[in-house]
Each structure stands twice: as C-alpha cells, then as structure tokens.
Design a binder for this molecule. Structure first.
Ligand code: NAP
Length: 281
C-alpha cells in the first residue's frame, strides 16, 4: 500500500512517519511538503498547498493520504489550503483521505482558529471520497510551552475556569497511523484526547509541581489578555487567533475525553504529567 503524509516535515508529520515506520515496514511511505526529504524507506515529494499543480503529482498513486493542515494563521489561508489539498487528493484518485482537524470544530467564521478546520472537514465530507477525520485536542506540549510565562508571572491565565483533555503529540501521531494501517475507519470522526480533563487550577498546580514553583490559575478579562499581546508587538490576526483559542478553552471546546487514542494507537495516551516532566523536568 502507498501511504502519503502531507505536511510530513513538520513536528506532527515527522512523528506520524516515525509511527508508520515503527508499526509496519511493508508499505511505501511518501513524505510530502514544500521541502521534502527522502530518507531510507521514505520517498520525498514536493507538494505545496498554495500551488495545486504540485499536489497532482505529489498525491499520484496514493492509496491513503493523511492531510496535516499548516500553522499559517493569516485569515482564510489555511481554510483555502485545506480545501485545495482535499480537492487535489480526490482529483488524484487517492482511495482514502484522513484529515487532521481540531477538537470542538463547528461552523465558525474567520478569524476563529476553527474556521479553517471547519472548511476542511466540510470539503472532505462533501467530496464523495472515502474519508476519516481525526480531531486533535490541545497539545500537552503546547501547555508546556506556557511554562516560561508561568514562571515569570506565577500564573497560567484564561478567561474563566475551564477543562481541557490535553493530548500528547506522539499520541495524535500514533492514532493517525492506526487509522491508515487498519481498516474500518471510513466515515468516522475521532477525537484524539488525553485520558483526563484538567481544570485550570489542576493544570497550574501540576505545572508548579513539575517546575518546583507555585503556579496558580488566574482568570483575566479578554481585553487585558489582548492588550498584553499587543504590547508584545504581535500582529492583530495572531492576537485574534490566540484569543480565539482561549475563548474555545472557556467554552469547553477541548473538554472532550474519548478512548480513541487507545483504540487507534493500541496503547493508552500519555499522562499530562509525563509530557510536562519530559519537556520541563
Ligand atoms: N491542537 C494543538 O494544540 C496544536 C498545537 C500545535 C499545532 N497544531 C496543529 O497541528 C498541525 C501541525 O502542526 P505542526 O506543529 O506539526 O506544524 P509544523 O511543525 O509547523 O509543520 C507544518 C507542516 O506543514 C508544511 N507546510 C507549511 N506550509 C505548507 C504549504 N503551503 N504547502 C504544503 N505544506 C506546507 C510544512 O512543511 P514545509 O515548510 O516543508 O512545506 C510542515 O511539514 C497544524 O494544523 C497546527 O495548527 C495543533
């Protein structure tokens, strides 16, 4: 079987390729991005979501394709890229398409971060292709990235108490690999989540324990949050995106716990504590 990973050079893409190699070496693996690398057992192909003509060649002959969206936050860009990738995969005759989406995806307009995932999911569902959607919860690694500011201020901030079932990137990768290496996933929408949803206070306490400092959870007004980022000189579309993520946190969009990682990956998801220790300990 020919399995393609689009976005293979990124952090998630590399993890998926590693999982595919570790779990079954009998398949032909194709790593696709603008800067592809061919490594032993993996064929690199150029495929640019902004240049559909490159995707026709990149996706040719694939039985299964995992499409990973980019981190391009410019309003509308990623939604268009997702639609382009899906249309191109269908036109290239890919037999099964797996789209990596986000937990809590629903109809949203730009600049909400979910808008691009919504566009991708809708394009895929309407495409007539055989498909699976894997919605990622918020990464445990992304929470670890907040440690520096938590150390500086003694607080993790949000717009109100909320719960999030953080998932490790490696677990998302293992679940995605499981979808393409086994059968029976057509038409399924899975949620890759951790095994437990953490309140703000719980995750702040956990981060504090790992860092050996006191960290609390503090609810702050949306305008204060935005003003802080503006002071750092961030462009308005980035401020809107980060604010949108926190609004999603507050509305419970990431308060989803499923057994999908264990089912697809064949092992339990990592504990948030273990990911924090690995990154911060
Ligand atoms: N849920 C969460 O907490 C969370 C956290 C982080 C990321 N994410 C999401 O997970 C996804 C992957 O994240 P990541 O950390 O793996 O991102 P990353 O490391 O930045 O990788 C992005 C990948 O997209 C490729 N790419 C960028 N522009 C492209 C284009 N125009 N055409 C084709 N390929 C392009 C890049 O390769 P080239 O540059 O070689 O083209 C790279 O392979 C993104 O959708 C991101 O938003 C979610």
């Amino acid at each position: 079987m020919n399995i393609g990973v689009s976005g293979a050079s990124g952090k998630l893409g590399q993890a998926i390729v590693r999982e595919l190699q570790a779990r079954n070496s009998d398949h032909v693996l194709v790593a696709i991005s603008r800067t592809p690398a061919s490594t032993p057992g993996v064929e690199g192909r150029v495929g640019d979501y902004d240049k559909p003509e490159t995707l026709a060649t990149a996706y040719a002959g694939l039985d299964k394709l995992i499409i990973i969206p980019t981190t391009d936050l410019r309003p509308g860009m990623r939604g268009t890229q997702n639609e382009t990738a899906i249309t191109s995969a269908v036109a290239a005759g890919v037999k099964h398409i797996v789209f990596l989406s986000a937990a809590g995806t629903r109809e949203q307009a730009e600049p909400a971060i979910g808008a691009s995932y919504w566009r991708g999911e809708q394009a895929l569902i309407k495409s007539g292709a055989s498909w699976t959607i894997l919605r990622m919860n918020y990464y445990a690694e992304a929470l670890a990235d907040e440690a520096e500011s938590a150390l500086a201020t003694g607080a993790l901030t949000g717009f109100g108490e909320n719960k999030v079932a953080f998932v490790g990137r490696e677990d998302v990768a293992a679940a995605a690999a499981g979808i393409v290496l086994t059968e029976g996933h057509a038409g399924a929408i899975y949620n890759a989540t951790g095994a437990k949803s953490y309140t703000g206070a719980e995750r702040a306490a956990l981060m504090g324990e790992v860092l050996g400092k006191t960290v609390v959870f503090a609810a702050i007004p949306v305008e204060t949050f935005k003003a802080g980022m503006a002071q750092m000189g961030l462009p308005s579309f980035v401020i809107d995106t980060i604010t949108g993520i926190q609004l999603d946190f507050a509305s419970g969009a990431f308060d989803v716990v499923t057994g999908d990682v264990e089912k697809l990956a064949g092992r339990k998801p990592q504990d948030l504590r273990d990911v924090l220790v690995a990154k911060l300990g």
